[in-house]
Each structure stands twice: as structure tokens, then as C-alpha cells.
Design a protein around this ligand. Structure first.
Ligand SMILES: C[S@@+](CC[C@H](N)C(=O)[O-])C[C@H]1O[C@@H](n2cnc3c(N)ncnc32)[C@H](O)[C@@H]1O
Length: 233
């Protein structure tokens, strides 16, 4: 199984709901203040943010590289496609990427990806996304977690090294209620970007960084995330 599909299979058991909804509240209010009619949610996952935007009268499209995420999102009624953003032809008043998506981009691909985001947005439109801070990676995200369920066992081990968070996921799924378990494993890599580095990249593809919002999702001590509000000028 592809590592992104493996993540999709375990996402519902991770218990991040409160944090994610807090994040959606801030990003959602920011999006609504810009009055977009159309929105693309890049790395839409299971479609929850699209759903909230739909309820607010915005016409949305969710896209994700994981076919498993898109399967779940479309089953819940989200207008979603499994497609690489470089292959999209439409443009939108607003693009979003919520809950770590930008951190999934390796250094060698990030500029091209941001260029593709720029091309997806209409003139005077917005690109709004969050990223994890160094504190978020180093202090909050690292660690191990085991989840023991009736028909599956999930083991997660996250280590932050040389500015990359390696999250090893192992999933055992019980076969036909027998004593046989099928093992799936994979590693997700997330890359840490400093705000200045990302601002320079956004500027180089044509976005103006209007605002960076500090966010405390998991801790009161230091900011674990930042939200970038970027305008296509
Ligand atoms: C942590 S999940 C967040 C999902 C969703 N945005 C949310 O708020 O729950 C990150 C998502 O980004 C997707 N993803 C990673 N790299 C991507 C890329 N280059 N293009 C589109 N989606 C990507 C993954 O498949 C995954 O669904």
C-alpha cells in the first residue's frame, strides 16, 4: 500500500479532531473574509474542510494524491478527485491546504508545487495554508503511539532528524475474524520550512504574503503552527 493510502486507512483513529477543528475555524474565518465563490482544497484528505466551505455557500473541489482519501471523501459527498495539481486546468478564487499538506512537499519539489498553486488561483485570489513550526515538529510531533482495536493494531513511531519528520506506520489487519493478521507498513516524510524560506519561495512565484498567523494547537508554550495568507497580485 502507498504510504499516503496507509495514512488514509488509519487517520480516523488518530484522535486529532479538536486540534483540526480549531485549525479549520481560523482558516475558515480567514477564507470567508475574502469572499471567494470557488475554492480548491489541495490535499483535501477525507473532505471535511470542503464540507465546511460548501455549507458556507462556496463551490469547492477537493484534490488529493491518495486515492484512498478521495474514495472516503467522495463517499461522504465531497466533490473530490485524485489528481496531481499540475494536471488541473480550472482556476479558483481561493486555494487552501490544511493540516500539514505543505510539509509533505520535499525541498526539491516545493517551488514547482507553489508555482502550480499560483497558476490555480485567479488574479487577486488567495492561497491560504498552514505549516508546522520547528517546535511543532521537534517537540509536539515526535514520539510513539500504539492503538489496539478489535480487528486491527496500529503502531506509529515518529522521529525528527535533519529537519525531516519520519513517521513509520505499521498496521496489522485481522483477516476474516481469524488469528491471521495482514501487515502493512510505510513511512511518511514531512519537511520543516522556516517562515522566511517559505516567504521567499512564495514571493519568487508571485504571491504576496499578506499575513502569517501564529497558532497554538497542541501546546500553550510555543507556536506549533503558522497559517500563511497569500495573495496573487
Ligand atoms: C495530514 S493530511 C491532511 C488532510 C486534510 N487536508 C485535513 O485537513 O484533514 C495530508 C494530506 O495531504 C495529502 N498530500 C500529500 N502530498 C500531496 C500532494 N503533493 N498533493 C496533494 N495532496 C497531497 C495526503 O494524501 C493527505 O491526505
Amino acid at each position: 500500500m502507498h504510504a499516503l493510502d496507509l495514512y488514509a486507512s488509519i487517520e480516523e483513529y488518530l484522535d486529532f479532531e479538536d486540534e483540526v477543528h480549531h485549525l479549520y475555524k481560523i482558516i475558515g474565518h480567514t477564507v470567508l473574509s475574502k469572499n471567494p465563490k470557488t475554492l480548491i482544497d489541495i490535499g483535501c484528505g477525507q473532505g471535511e474542510f470542503c464540507h465546511i466551505m460548501d455549507l458556507n455557500g462556496i463551490k469547492t473541489l477537493g484534490v488529493d494524491l491518495s486515492s484512498k482519501q478521495i474514495e472516503i471523501a467522495t463517499a461522504k459527498g465531497t466533490n473530490a478527485k485524485c489528481i496531481d495539481i499540475k494536471d488541473l486546468k480550472e482556476t479558483f478564487d481561493c486555494a487552501t491546504a490544511t493540516f500539514d499538506v505543505i510539509n509533505y512537499l520535499p525541498k526539491k519539489d516545493i517551488k514547482g508545487f507553489l508555482q502550480n498553486c499560483y497558476d490555480l488561483v485567479n488574479d487577486q485570489g488567495y492561497f491560504i495554508f498552514d505549516i508546522n513550526s520547528l517546535y511543532g515538529f521537534d517537540t509536539v510531533a515526535q514520539g510513539t503511539l500504539n492503538i489496539d482495536l478489535e480487528d486491527k493494531f496500529i503502531a506509529i513511531d515518529a522521529n525528527f532528524k535533519d529537519n525531516i519528520l519520519y513517521t513509520d506506520i505499521t498496521l496489522f489487519i485481522q483477516k476474516d475474524k481469524s488469528n491471521i493478521y495482514i501487515k502493512e507498513s510505510g513511512t511518511i516524510e514531512q519537511y520543516c520550512y522556516a517562515n522566511e524560506e517559505l516567504s521567499d519561495l512564495l514571493d519568487s512565484v508571485g504571491f504576496e504574503v499578506e499575513k502569517i498567523i501564529d497558532v497554538n494547537l497542541h501546546s500553550d508554550e510555543e507556536f506549533d503552527k503558522y497559517i500563511f495568507v497569500c495573495k496573487k497580485v
